[in-house]
Design a protein around this ligand. Structure first.
Ligand SMILES: Nc1ncnc2c1ncn2[C@@H]1O[C@H](COP(=O)(O)OP(=O)(O)OP(=O)(O)O)[C@@H](O)[C@H]1O
Length: 258
């Protein structure tokens, strides 16, 4: 395998009873790339993410992260290997503040999630002070400093999306799977989310794989787009190639020009 491939899936498949949700999917994500994973509802995109992120065991196939076979490894193991995902519906801790939500996403010095020890009492350790500093810096990067002490449950949908991206920054994740970062976000915030992704990609070297239904966002961000339909890769190419492909127009866009 070429060294510049950070993530690859080969023959990835998942069945739920008799339903073949994902049927032998292959694609590669190059280091420093932003790859789009698109397709109509029910195409198998989230199921593919769930398998890569260790939430669902594949029925068949292989997942290679940074040269290592990670097929079937759990989410927490992958977290320590620098792979994180965000969710279509944000997964914030509603009764914790925005700052605390980021702090608990950081690993502690031993590499364990800091969450377990966070509220254990005792004096604040040096690492916790460090984590709080990083959480504050991350909030500043996200433009969320003004809501640092607000309960995460009270944030807007868009602010919660930004917080999700912030969680991946607390672990300095190098490979990030974003599941619909634009869903439920207003156009202004959508541009901001796209800017954050570009900044993390260009300035911090993060590699992204993004599921998104907003084609403008995909066109803006992604060099390569992988199109799934009925659990299979229909094609991959640039957004221009994808837009003009008859199979994609038929399968994904119902015959209408994108
Ligand atoms: N846990 C599950 N049990 C049974 N069927 C499932 C399960 N998860 C997904 N499916 C089915 O697998 C297929 C693929 O679903 P998936 O969520 O991966 O699609 P998707 O491309 O992400 O769709 P969307 O764009 O609507 O989010 C669908 O038919 C869905 O109903």
């Amino acid at each position: 395998m070429a060294t510049d491939i950070v993530l690859s899936v080969a023959g990835l498949a998942k069945s739920f009873g008799g339903l073949k949700a994902v049927q032998g999917v292959d694609f590669e994500v190059e280091k420093g790339a932003i790859v789009g994973l698109i397709g109509p509802n029910g195409a198998g995109k989230t199921t593919t993410f769930n398998m890569i992120a260790g939430e669902l065991p594949p029925s068949a196939g292989k997942i290679i992260l940074l040269g290592e076979d990670i097929t079937g490894q759990r989410t927490d193991m992958l977290y320590h290997k620098g792979l994180m995902r965000t969710f279509q519906l944000s997964h914030e801790y509603a009764r914790m503040t925005a700052l605390e939500n980021l702090a608990v996403a950081a690993p502690d010095q031993t590499g364990e999630a800091i969450f377990a020890s966070w509220f254990a009492g005792g004096k604040v350790r040096a690492r916790e002070a460090e984590v709080l500093d990083l959480a504050r810096d991350t909030l500043e990067f996200l433009g969320l400093t003004h809501v640092a002490d607000e309960l995460a449950g009270n944030l807007s949908g868009g602010q919660k999306k930004l917080l999700e991206i912030g969680r991946t920054m607390m672990n300095d994740s190098k490979v990030v799977l974003l599941d619909e970062p634009g869903a439920g976000v207003n156009p202004t915030l959508m541009r901001k989310v796209a800017e954050m992704i570009e900044q993390l990609n260009q300035e911090r070297g993060y590699t992204f794989c993004i599921i998104e239904h907003d084609m403008d966002m995909i066109a803006r961000l992604c060099g390569k787009v992988v199109v799934l339909a009925e659990g299979k890769v229909l094609m991959e190419g640039t957004m221009d190639e994808v837009r003009n492909d008859e199979r994609v127009i038929d399968a994904y866009f119902g015959g209408e020009v994108v």
